[in-house]
Design a protein around this ligand. Structure first.
Ligand code: ZN
Length: 91
């Protein structure tokens, strides 16, 4: 059985998601049963899982982003063009 210190060290030094399944199992088990560090380390685990979730969706989000930026650039270009055209005609 792991000690509280081992669990905390493991979670702070390594990425939980990259640990071997057996190690993750024992960490999870300790966190589930331990009254001392369980609450804190569960939050650590959950936040790491949230990070992983975000990373997984990041590519998806990034795939949509360039299109929006291009559209915005075109809008800006059009705006600049119309402004410089109107300032020239105003002279
Ligand atoms: Zn503990």
């Amino acid at each position: 059985m792991l000690t509280c210190k081992q669990v905390s060290n493991a979670l702070s030094r390594e990425e939980y998601e990259k640990m071997p399944p057996m190690r993750r199992f024992f960490l999870r088990l300790h966190v589930k049963l331990c009254f001392v560090c369980g609450k804190f380390n569960r939050q650590v685990m959950e936040s790491q899982e949230m990070c992983r979730c975000y990373r997984e969706h990041e590519e998806e989000l990034a795939a949509h982003r360039p299109k929006l930026e291009d559209e915005r650039k075109d809008e800006l270009k059009a705006l600049l063009a119309s402004q410089s055209a109107s300032s020239k005609s105003g002279e």
